[in-house]
Design a protein around this ligand. Structure first.
Ligand code: FAD
Length: 383
């Protein structure tokens, strides 16, 4: 049986970036459940893939800050943009923040495919388990056993199982005695408790809000959905929400007391939000719509809660809707210079399978790419 220098489990963003940076003299195989590579890259960012962000630091991630910044320093946002530029891709900036593929995610997928031409793609082959015998890794996959000197686990998180996602990475880590944090859904919408069911009636509407969750404040758009609330603000908030309450400012750029001052109009008419939304918020705050000039001090104080409407979500939409999975292999188990396990020689992890989760806005791909390159360099240093 052939013994590969490197076997990479998972032909997603991180595994492909790692493969692209490996030397052609090495024999490398990639194993993936899917019949095609890079399925998440393909559909992400509405098919245009939000690759990275104009501002990237360890503060944009949930995880071990020192570990994250070491990896990001080794292959930064600038390095990523330079790599893409060198290969003919000039990402465009949207909303002054987000870098997207100029036309389609296929541009970056084609680049990674081209750069991984030397790699044997073992697709349609789910990995089931791994053991190590006599310094060799033996991967048990649906299509048979594969042997490797070095093993890279790049199997991502558990979200979107219809795209091949699984928690095999955590199983492998645990089988080798590494510490892990179980996956939980993140960058996901919230379901609501009965008192907030009024929001469901607004399904389809969106507005700019400020959400405070724990120590974090997020200014972005929120979307009312039939199952609860979603949109960029909520997805980002979900990364920091641990059960308990959060608060929403529905008028982040206004002062409700100034808006109603001296006006003869109805309260709902001076609130600069869609009328349906203003009316539902007033109802939820138990305020009768009335002429602004008739507003009493007691009503004023109720109106102020439009700036900090506090409630506890019931839960979230689950793994099937979550863009990422929080949790993974604990950072302290890995060498941030190489992504190799400190305790199991030759075993590497990269991408979302590690306990590092980025905010919404291109951070998760940046992490997948940075850790993939660091892993490739780690492999090259020992092969
Ligand atoms: C709908 C959606 C939109 C997103 N949009 C963005 C975005 O715009 N910007 C951003 O930064 N992030 C985005 N993300 C998150 C981003 O896709 C992931 O964080 C990133 O792909 C992680 O890269 P990875 O290589 O670690 O894992 P993945 O890209 O998930 O790759 C893992 C690979 O492992 C394979 N695999 C899993 N289990 C097995 C097994 N047992 N055997 C063999 N193969 C296996 C999978 O099939 C997959 O190909 C989005 C995610 C989703 C779901």
């Amino acid at each position: 049986m052939k013994i590969y220098d490197v076997v990479i489990l998972g032909a997603g963003a991180s595994g492909l970036m790692c493969a692209s940076h490996l030397n052609k003299r090495l024999s490398v195989a990639m194993v993936d459940t899917n019949p095609k590579i890079a399925q998440k890259l393909k559909i992400s960012g509405g098919g245009k893939c939000n690759i990275t962000n104009v501002s990237v630091s360890e503060k944009n991630f949930d995880g071990d800050g020192e570990f994250i910044s070491s990896v990001l320093d080794s292959f930064s946002k600038e390095d990523l943009l330079e790599f893409l530029d060198r290969n003919g891709i000039k990402p465009v900036v949207r909303k002054n923040r987000y870098y997207f593929c100029p036309h389609s995610s296929d541009e970056i997928i084609d680049l990674l495919r081209k750069k991984s031409r030397h790699v044997e793609m073992l697709l349609n082959s789910e990995a089931i388990g791994v053991e190590k015998k006599d310094d060799l890794f033996i991967v048990r996959a649906k299509k048979g056993e594969i042997k490797a000197k070095k093993l890279v686990v790049a199997t991502g998180g558990k979200s979107f199982q219809n795209l091949g996602a699984s928690d095999i990475g955590l199983k492998i880590a645990k089988d080798f005695g590494l510490k892990v944090r179980e996956f939980s859904p993140a960058l996901v919408g919230f379901t609501l408790q009965k008192d907030q069911f009024w929001m469901k009636s607004l399904s389809g509407l969106s507005c700019e809000v400020k959400i405070k969750v724990g120590e974090k404040t997020i200014n972005e758009e929120m979307l009312f959905a039939h199952r609860g609330i979603s949109g960029p603000a909520v997805l980002s908030a979900s990364l920091y929400w641990q059960k308990g309450s959060l608060s929403i400012d529905f008028l982040p750029n206004e002062d409700i007391l100034k808006l109603i001052k001296g006006s003869k109009k109805l309260i709902s008419s001076v609130i600069p939000l869609p009328k349906r939304l203003s009316k539902e918020i007033l109802k939820a705050l138990e305020i009768k719509d009335m002429e602004c000039k008739k507003v009493t001090p007691m009503i004023k104080s109720k109106l102020k809660s439009m700036h900090n409407y506090e409630f506890a979500p019931a839960g979230n939409f689950g793994f099937s809707k979550a863009e990422v999975s929080r949790g993974g292999v604990i950072c302290s188990e890995l060498n941030p210079q190489t992504m190799e396990s400190w305790h199991v020689e030759g075993l590497f992890f990269t991408g979302e399978v590690i306990d590092v989760t980025g905010e919404l806005g291109g951070y998760n791909f940046q992490w997948a790419f940075s850790s993939g390159v660091v892993c490739a360099r780690g492999l090259l240093s020992v092969l």
